[in-house]
Design a protein around this ligand. Sequence first.
Ligand code: AMP
Length: 272
Amino acid sequence: MPSLNWSEMSHLQLGRCAEYLAMAEFLSYRYEIYPSEVDDHGVDFLVKSPEGVLYEVQVKSTRGSYVYIPKSKMPRLDAQRLVCYLRFADRFPPELYVIPAYAWKAPNAVLVSRDYGKGRRSKPEWGINYAKKNLDLLRPYRSENIFSKIKERDKMANCVFCKIAAGEIPSTKVYEDETVLAFRDLDPQAPTHVLLIPKEHIASAAEITPENSAVVAHIFEIAAKVAEELGLGNGFRIVNNCGADGMQSVPHLHFHLLGGKKMGWPPFPEDE
Ligand code: AMP
């Protein structure tokens, strides 16, 4: 149990303590830590998430209620910059929040944007305005909430099918609506080979839950429609490969729609 007499520490000591606590928090979520080579834009250290995405981290600590970052030190409000905010009150463990810079794109009572205007002494700043009555606005940035969000984003950043769904990688689409996309497989294993995916990132069939399963039912409706449109009236096969033993190679839920030729069964004829 550390000493909780934060008010007895110097400003410098508190800042160092905040930086180490921030690093410990990232380490506990299995991030790797790297020193920042340049310190002129306020970055205290770099972290790499377990999914391999790099972030710049700026640590901000206070015993009061307001801290700020000059806008010149955080000019781009992008997802690759995280502000680790620690608030210290005597007798309590510090409260720690991880706030992605893009959160300031929609300022509120806690995350404020201050532009003092021409001729004023203060420069434009992004601020964090702590008040007990506004704690709800900070809750999304508590570790237990934000790290799972970042993980989802990271997975999408690396996911080829998310990129296809976002139109960032080209595909030969055969069907699209708000939640589902169907496109031709690059390496067809049958005369007709289409992949059906949910646009939302679901890693595999093992990750289907009561919350996300509706899209799976919808995919099967679309599969029947697409099969008919592609002339598979004589039958088809829908295959889902799941996980390592299932030989899944793209970790974004997808169903193979195969047809156009009579197929064999069972899948392991050599074991018979
Ligand atoms: P699975 O082995 O079940 O994970 O299937 C992944 C499928 O995605 C394979 O059949 C690949 O040929 C196909 N695939 C991978 N990248 C692309 C892409 N960019 N466009 C279309 N199909 C792809």
